[in-house]
Design a protein around this ligand. Structure first.
Ligand SMILES: Nc1ncnc2c1ncn2[C@@H]1O[C@H](COP(=O)(O)OP(=O)(O)OP(=O)(O)O)[C@@H](O)[C@H]1O
Ligand SMILES: [Mg+2]
Length: 385
């Protein structure tokens, strides 16, 4: 190396990408590779090196149900645009027939209903969440194995040329889109690998790399059997999600409880309150919510059913008021959660005007700015900081 030469380190990400990656990792549990991969794609986009005339990236997400495939995309939207809604989601199963394809791309001029059918994918919908600094869109084709032939043709065109021609011949440019496609293909085999019934022992400290590689192979082989080479050749990366383990689901419980608290703080200006779950309430939710076959899917349902619905009733009947502290406990005799207002813990009315700005970081539930939240900090977690 000459005196005027410097060795460069291409493994370092820019601060924006590092922030993106760590924010994503706080929201998506146990899928480190998927998170890292997405951070890398984002870095290529920020550097301006995405291939022209193609989408920023075409990613195929495989793996078991309830393992975070859809959540990864929504979480990326939250990090980049502040809302999980900033994803253009196409449920492939909904577009089986030609009149349904018209819902996607609109019908040709002159056709009956031409004016009524606003296409789902348009340049405007793609760009609606653009910010000053982030000019990209997230497009998710869910359950692609259910796509009809007509939809496959559209999809192939998008993946290859980043364009879509609408019913009225307008062109949509998807070269600033990250395209995600999800499928459950291979998930049964992956599950078997994880639980060891294919002669593979998934012990807690199993060499994760080799297990990962096996899972990757099983899932991609299933995809290659099912999807045409034409399609597979257009995929930049296949990302295989792993089945979640108990410890992951426990972490997801904390995240989901913080999200419920966040909903209460940000969406209700006149009824903001704080709830605390006791350890036995958490255990109950976990017991109700864990069914390893469905990843974290049941957990969310358990939280809605046992926590959100009762809380909604309590709010609607004015049993909960601004600034209350609600202790959520478990009653083994009745096998249900109980709700007690802790009048000792009742708090000064929070500064409602500041409510919109309150953020509840998922990981540790530290709510900034007011007393209401301060006392609740970390109370729904498992006590660890
Ligand atoms: N890895 C994870 N990290 C955080 N939350 C998760 C994770 N996996 C699942 N969840 C929770 O479970 C819910 C369901 O997960 P998600 O919709 O991402 O499943 P999926 O992998 O897309 O499954 P499917 O193949 O059935 O569509 C999410 O909304 C989220 O609350
Ligand atoms: Mg999904």
């Amino acid at each position: 190396m000459g005196a005027n030469q410097t060795v460069l380190d291409p493994s370092i990400h820019s601060p924006e990408v590092r922030d993106f990656e760590s924010a994503l990792a706080r929201k998506v549990v146990g899928q480190d590779r998927a998170v890292r991969r997405l951070a890398r794609v984002y870095q290529v986009y920020l550097a301006g090196l995405a291939s022209p005339g193609r989408p920023i990236s075409n990613l195929l997400l495989l793996g078991p149900t309830g393992s975070g495939k859809t959540r990864l995309v929504e979480a990326a939207a939250e990090v980049l645009f502040g809302t999980a809604n900033a994803v253009l989601k196409i449920d492939c199963a909904e577009f089986q027939h030609s009149h349904e394809i018209a819902k996607l791309i609109g019908s040709p001029p002159g056709y009956l209903g031409h004016r009524e059918t606003q296409p789902l994918i348009t340049q405007d919908t793609l760009e609606q969440y653009y910010t000053e600094t982030v000019k990209l869109s997230l497009v998710l084709f869910d359950e692609i194995e259910k796509a009809s032939d007509a939809l496959w043709q559209l999809l192939l065109g998008i993946l290859d040329k980043a364009t879509l021609t609408l019913g009225d011949n307008r062109r949509v440019d998807l070269s600033r889109a990250m395209i995600f496609m999800t499928s459950n293909l291979g998930s049964t085999e992956v599950n078997k690998l994880m639980t060891g019934s294919l002669g593979f022992n998934a012990r807690p400290h199993e060499n994760d790399d080799s297990l990962d590689q096996k899972i990757y192979r099983v899932a991609t082989e299933a995809a290659r059997r099912k999807f045409s080479p034409e399609f597979m050749n257009r995929i930049d990366k296949v990302i295989v999600f792993r089945s979640l383990k108990h410890e992951h689901i426990e972490k997801i419980l904390d995240i989901e409880l913080s999200r419920v608290q966040e909903r209460i703080i940000t969406s209700m200006s006149d009824r903001q309150f704080v709830f605390k779950c006791t350890p036995s309430a958490r255990e109950f939710l976990l017991r109700e919510g864990i069914d390893m076959r469905f990843g974290a899917r049941h957990l969310k349902r358990a939280i809605e059913r046992h926590l959100v619905f009762p809380l909604s009733n309590l709010i609607a009947t004015s049993q909960i008021n601004l600034g209350d502290l609600i202790i959520v406990d478990y009653d083994p005799a009745e096998s249900r959660l109980t709700f007690v207002r802790d009048d000792q813990g009742a708090l000064v009315a929070p500064d409602v005007s500041a409510a919109g700005a309150v953020a509840v970081p998922a990981a540790d539930m530290v709510v900034t700015a007011h007393a209401l939240a301060r006392s609740a900090a970390n109370t729904n977690g498992n006590g660890e900081k």
